[in-house]
Design a protein around this ligand. Structure first.
Ligand SMILES: C[S@@+](CC[C@H](N)C(=O)[O-])C[C@H]1O[C@@H](n2cnc3c(N)ncnc32)[C@H](O)[C@@H]1O
Length: 319
């Protein structure tokens, strides 16, 4: 993994001071070394529809697992304020991110998906950036917690677990999902990142689309494989793979090269005329040590996109 030396050494010193199981050690290491970046109103479709899937007659209890610096927790607060009463607890294993979440001051890059009107509505401009207004902090809580190792207290109407399963290996994903299943109310809703789908999720939850968004609820009954496949195809039609494209970068960042390659190939089938999928395929192959195959794809890409600067740079590096 390509990580700056000082960052890596600081991370190793920190990690040695913890007493963690091998599974957790892997997750913590990845969170230190990989990009845990987030931003407000990420996956806009989700925020447009979420108020339709929460109970309106009582207080909504929400949980955000892997909340990073609080961006999705406050986005939830912005979206729900004035509509329903709610509380939301954000959990993240990274202490520094939770400290920043509590502080609630962000630079403009985190607000890149917001309109000027939204920014004025939800933030006060302060010296070092934008501070979430006090009225949107009510009912919002944060806690440092490694959700894989520590119990989740309470049960929730909404659980946001977006781009957190990506950090885990197969058994970690199953363990995390079991915990979320138990922490979810019977009629509760699970929210994953746009385009995120894992077979372990399909075993425990069923998708239900609302508008352009997809939510998940506890699986109610046995669904025959064939029907399940059709449901997945309806929920994530083949063309939707393109939506996953930026997850490929996260996968490469945290070393899931095979998964990244599989997705890049699929994305290429859907939008082969876009250079992005080709670049990810080349990167994944390179990280896997398959340099001959990478160069072969690179040659084709070079012909297809003769003016693409990234592809030219890749050519310089690889050949
Ligand atoms: C890529 S960020 C996702 C942030 C946000 N959910 C989003 O989708 O924009 C993933 C976050 O999950 C956290 N994380 C990873 N594994 C975790 C675990 N086992 N328990 C708690 N947090 C975890 C990381 O520290 C990181 O801040």
């Amino acid at each position: 993994m390509n990580v700056k030396k000082d960052h890596r050494e600081r991370a190793i010193r920190h990690l040695m001071s913890f007493n963690l199981s091998p599974d957790s050690l892997r997750v913590v290491a990845l969170s230190y070394l990989a990009v845990g970046e987030s931003y407000f109103f990420r996956d806009r479709e989700t925020w447009e529809e979420i108020s339709k899937v929460v109970p309106s007659e009582r207080e909504v209890k929400a949980l955000s697992v892997g909340c990073s610096e609080g961006e999705e927790v406050y986005t939830f607060s912005f979206t729900m304020s004035g509509k329903v009463s709610f509380s939301i607890l954000g959990l993240d294993l990274n202490e520094e991110r939770i400290r920043r979440a509590v502080e609630g001051v962000y630079d403009s890059w985190k607000l890149r998906e917001m309109t000027k009107r939204e920014i004025e509505k939800y933030f006060n401009s302060v010296n070092d950036g934008f501070r979430v207004k006090d009225e949107y902090r009510s009912g919002v809580y944060f806690k440092v917690s490694n959700v894989l190792d520590e119990p989740i207290s309470g049960t929730y109407d909404v659980i946001l677990a977006r781009r957190v399963l990506i950090y885990l290996n197969e058994s970690g994903i199953s363990k995390m999902l079991e915990k979320l299943l138990k922490a979810m109310k019977e009629e509760g809703v699970l929210v994953l990142g746009k385009g995120e789908v894992y077979w372990q999720v399909m075993e425990r939850f069923e998708p239900f689309p609302v508008g352009e968004a997809v939510f998940w609820r506890k699986k109610r009954q046995f669904i025959p494989d064939e029907m399940e496949e059709r449901m997945v195809e309806m929920t994530f039609p083949h063309h939707a793979v393109w939506e996953k494209i930026d997850l490929i970068k996260d996968m490469i960042n945290i070393g899931l090269y095979e998964e990244a390659l599989r997705w890049a190939k699929e994305a290429k089938k859907v939008k082969g005329e876009e250079a992005k999928a080709w670049k990810y395929e080349i990167l994944a192959l390179t990280y896997m040590g398959l340099s001959e195959e990478a160069i072969e794809v690179l040659r084709e890409a070079r012909k297809k996109f003769p003016f693409d600067e990234d592809i030219k740079r890749l050519e310089k590096v690889l050949t």
